[in-house]
Ligand binder design. Structure first.
Ligand code: ZN
Ligand code: ZN
Length: 384
C-alpha cells in the first residue's frame, strides 16, 4: 500500500490515543507509554502485542515527525476524493490486470452490485484495495556463501559476512528525497496513487504515471540513490554459526535481506555454509567419524590403538580379539559439542593388507596360511 493510501485508511492519532490537535510532546508521551507496554521484549511470544507494537511504531513514525505529520494531515484533509476510500463504496479488484474497478455512485449500485457480486465475489466489494503493484513490497531474499574450515563448522563460530547488496539508502533513509527535503503529495493524483477514467456509471482506475502509484513524488531527489530509496553498498552482517553445520547447511537471518519498498518489510538473508572436508574426519549429526586401518594381527589378537581427536591429542580404543573389518567403536563425548548435547567419535576399523611384505613378513604370513584350519568361505558351499 502506498503510504498515502495507508494514511487515508489509518487514524494514527486514534492508534496513539491522542486527539489530532495534540502537540508533539503529548504524542511522544503517548507513544512512549504504549511502546513500553507493548514492547516485544516485555511480551515474549505474544503476537497481538507485537502487532500493536508495530502499529504504534508506524503511527509514531508519521505523526511523531512534525514534517511527516503535516503531510499526513494534508493527505487526510484532501481526503477520499473520487470515492476510492469512502465507506460503503463498492469496489472490486480486477486482479492482475492492472485496473481497479470502482463505482462512482454508491447509491445506484444496489442491483448492479448484486449482479457483480456474483461475478467478482462479494469479499472484494468492501474497502479500497490497493492498485496492483503499488503496495508495500517485501524486500528480496538474498543468499550468500560462507566458507568454513571443518573444525570451525564442527565447533561453531560467530563471524562477520561482507556482502554488497541493495540496502536502504544511507543518505535519505529510504525516502528518496535529498537531505533536508521530503517527498510531497503527488499533484497529479492528489496522493491517491491512481487516476480515474470516468465512463458513465463506472470509473476505471489505473496507477498514476507521475508517482508510479506511490502517491508521493520527490521534487529534490536524493543524490545517492537518485530517488529510489535504495543503494547498492557493501555491508557487514554478523552471523552466528551453530556447532555441527555441514556442507550445504542454510542459515536464515531474518530481516537481513534486501530492503522493502513502500514501507514493506525487508527480506531474509540465507547463509549457505561451504565446509571444507577434513582429511581424517567426517561428520554425522553430532557425531564425528573416522576410519582407522588395523593390521590382521591387531584384528585377530586384539589391540589398544591410538585414535586422533578433532581438538588434537588422541584417545585409546581397545579392539577385542577377532574384530572383523568394518566394525565401529564409539568413543563417548568426543564428537561435536552442541547446546543439545555432545556427540561421540565413531571409530571404524578397516583391516589393511600390506601392499608389500618383507621377506620375514612373507615367511610369517605363509606359515599362518599353512596353519589355517578353516576357510572363511566354507559356508558358501563351493570347493575352496
Ligand atoms: Zn537516497
Ligand atoms: Zn500520482
Amino acid at each position: 500500500m502506498a503510504p498515502q493510501r495507508e494514511w487515508l485508511e489509518k487514524d494514527y492519532y486514534a492508534v496513539l490515543g491522542v486527539s489530532d490537535s495534540a502537540d508533539q510532546k503529548e504524542i511522544t508521551r503517548a507513544y512512549r507509554k504504549l511502546a513500553r507496554a507493548n514492547h516485544p521484549d516485555a511480551n515474549a511470544g505474544d503476537p497481538a502485542a507485537e502487532e500493536r507494537f508495530k502499529e504504534i511504531s508506524a503511527a509514531y513514525d508519521v505523526v511523531g515527525d512534525p514534517e511527516r505529520r503535516k503531510e499526513y494531515d494534508e493527505v487526510r484533509r484532501l481526503g477520499p476524493v473520487g470515492g476510492m476510500f469512502g465507506p460503503g463504496r463498492g469496489s472490486g479488484g480486477f486482479g492482475p490486470g492492472g485496473f481497479t474497478f470502482t463505482s462512482d455512485d454508491g447509491a445506484g449500485m444496489g442491483d448492479l452490485g448484486d449482479l457483480l457480486g456474483g461475478l467478482f465475489g462479494r469479499g472484494r466489494r468492501s474497502g479500497g484495495g490497493p492498485a496492483p503493484g503499488t503496495g508495500p513490497q517485501r524486500g528480496a531474499d538474498l543468499e550468500t556463501e560462507l566458507h568454513l574450515s571443518f573444525a570451525d563448522a564442527a565447533a561453531g563460530l560467530t563471524t562477520a559476512l561482507h556482502l554488497t547488496s541493495e540496502a536502504t539508502c544511507s543518505t535519505c533513509h529510504g525516502s528518496g528525497a535529498a537531505p533536508g527535503s521530503s517527498p510531497v503529495v503527488c499533484p497529479r493524483c492528489a496522493g491517491r496513487g491512481v487516476l480515474d477514467d470516468n465512463q458513465g456509471l463506472f470509473s476505471f482506475s489505473s496507477p498514476c504515471p507521475q508517482c508510479g502509484g506511490r502517491g508521493m513524488v520527490v521534487e529534490d531527489p536524493c543524490p545517492t540513490c537518485r530517488a529510489t530509496g535504495v543503494e547498492r553498498r557493501p555491508r557487514e552482517v554478523k552471523v552466528r554459526i551453530p556447532p555441527g553445520v555441514t556442507d550445504g547447511s542454510r542459515i536464515r537471518l531474518k530481516g537481513r535481506g534486501g530492503p522493502g519498498r513502500n514501507g514493506g518489510p525487508p527480506g531474509d538473508l540465507y547463509v549457505v555454509c561451504r565446509v571444507e572436508p577434513h582429511e581424517l574426519f567426517g561428520i554425522e549429526g553430532r557425531n564425528l567419524t573416522i576410519t582407522v586401518p588395523v593390521t590382521f594381527a591387531e584384528a585377530a589378537l586384539g589391540a589398544d590403538i591410538a585414535v586422533p581427536t578433532l581438538e588434537g591429542g588422541a584417545v585409546t580404543v581397545r579392539i577385542p580379539p577377532g574384530t572383523r573389518s568394518g566394525r565401529t567403536f564409539r568413543v563417548k563425548g568426543r564428537g561435536v559439542a552442541t547446546p543439545k548435547g555432545t556427540g561421540d567419535l565413531l571409530v571404524t576399523v578397516e583391516v589393511a593388507a600390506p601392499a608389500r611384505l618383507s621377506a620375514a613378513e612373507r615367511k610369517a604370513v605363509e606359515a599362518l596360511a599353512a596353519a589355517a584350519e578353516e576357510s572363511p568361505r566354507a559356508h558358501l558351499g563351493v570347493p575352496t
